[in-house]
Design a protein. Structure first.
Length: 191
């Protein structure tokens, strides 16, 4: 899939439940963190087999350009420093440094442009429509939740109900998916 990517965000992979770049990144971020911790296990020289896959996963996350996932990965790395297994401290620091270098090398201009696009203007408003849309979606999801707070609206409730709650300017293809896990739980399942 990476060899067929010709520019822009890595969209439309078509996997089960992750056709968009954000969802793909979320799935891969979990795999990346678990795979990185596998490097701390006593695998002998087999750990060298894991490293190329970690790099492919990291590159795919960078191509997808999900700002939220990239921030989550950085925060996960920072928090992980407080939970280093004693017997693997040296390995952790070595692979952590390699991971930070790989992250810096692979980040690319597209991702940096996405982060720069969400700066605030002189009135304190977020200029990037994509970033601003998250707040519009959250407000709409709260309204969806209030309509069915106990039993929720069912699977993909936000996407199905979005044309009725979200202004057309923020819809993509007539609908809008959730970008917030907690609000998705409330909308889909209720309390």
């Amino acid at each position: 899939a990476i060899t067929q990517h010709s520019g822009g965000r890595f969209e439309g992979v078509g996997g089960p439940s992750f056709g968009d770049a954000n969802t793909l990144s979320q799935h891969l971020a979990v795999v990346l963190v678990f795979s990185a911790y596998l490097l701390l296990a006593k695998l002998g020289k087999k750990f060298w087999l894991i490293i190329p896959f970690i790099l492919v996963i990291l590159e795919t996350i960078m191509l997808a350009g999900s700002r939220g996932v990239l921030v989550a990965l950085v925060l996960t790395g920072v928090v992980a420093i407080w939970f280093i297994p004693r017997q693997a401290r040296g390995k952790f620091l070595f692979f952590g440094a390699l991971g930070a270098i790989a992250f810096a090398v692979l980040i690319g201009p597209q991702v940096l442009e996405r982060f720069q696009a969400m700066q605030k203007n002189e009135y304190g408003e977020i200029r990037d429509k994509s970033a601003r849309s998250r707040f519009v979606i959250i407000d709409a999801q709260f309204e969806m939740f209030k309509d069915k707070p106990i039993i929720g609206n069912g699977h993909k409730g936000t996407e199905i109900l979005s044309p009725f709650y979200i202004p057309k300017a923020y819809l993509s293809g007539g609908r809008r998916a959730s970008h917030n896990f907690y609000m998705s739980l409330l909308v889909d399942h209720g309390v």
